[in-house]
Design a protein around this ligand. Structure first.
Ligand SMILES: [Zn+2]
Length: 216
């Protein structure tokens, strides 16, 4: 079956279930306002789908997906033709939806992180004119000492970079004034997740121990 036809047939299957008897409870509230408790920031990567990974239903996850699941630092929009798509979603999640958890989920084999680790890629490299400047937000994650360069494999350095980038984004998230307030008031919790695509293992950042730990 053609890839597009597969989508249409998938939709037909979805609609049959959606309007089915099993979904009666949801249909009662479906038209009303959304009330998710969780916001998830994930990569655009097709292999990393928050709803599928967590078996979440409609209405449960407020989602931002962008290249390499990056959250920029807070900066006021001064009308200088900048586009704050991710920041707008953060603002909506906190000030209007009042979500209780924000999860930033990174993953193995991330193309955005790959462009950061590949030092031959610059803002001028063809095909990276938007990707590379966007990745500057987490550029520090790709800084390694000489010792790290020689003692670690490329693959493990990339993995470290992917995890560090999650922490930078969490830190950026906490720089938004309303996020800061919600954290201080104990109304919000921030989480860092790392999904290893091949093994299917999900790790969670332990704030006390300052390391990612596998969820068993
Ligand atoms: Zn990615």
């Amino acid at each position: 079956m053609d890839v597009y036809d597969r989508l249409i047939s998938g939709y037909r299957e979805f609609r049959a279930n959606y309007l089915g008897d099993d979904n009666k409870e949801w249909l009662k509230v479906a038209g009303k306002r959304q009330d998710p408790k969780v916001m998830m920031v994930a990569c655009s990567d097709s292999r990393v789908h928050p709803a599928i990974l967590t078996r979440s239903a409609l209405g449960e996850l407020f989602m931002i997906r962008n290249v390499a699941n990056v959250v920029p630092p807070y900066e006021e929009d001064r009308g200088e033709s900048t586009y704050h798509g991710t920041s707008a979603a953060v603002e909506f999640a906190i000030n209007h939806l009042r979500v209780e958890h924000i999860i930033i989920m990174g993953h193995s084999g991330c193309g955005g992180i790959g462009s950061l680790m590949d030092h031959t890629v610059t803002d001028e490299t063809e095909g990276y004119s938007f990707i590379r400047p966007w990745m500057k937000i987490v550029e520090e994650a790709a800084e390694f000492s000489e010792l790290e360069r020689v003692s670690m494999s490329n693959r493990s350095r990339t993995c470290v970079c992917e995890k560090r980038a999650i922490l930078i984004s969490l830190n950026n998230l906490a720089s938004f004034p309303w996020v800061k307030d919600a954290l201080l008031e104990g109304k919000l919790k921030l989480h860092g997740w790392y999904f290893d695509i091949k093994s299917g293992n999900l790790s969670e950042y332990n704030w006390q121990k300052e390391r990612f730990e596998e969820i068993t």
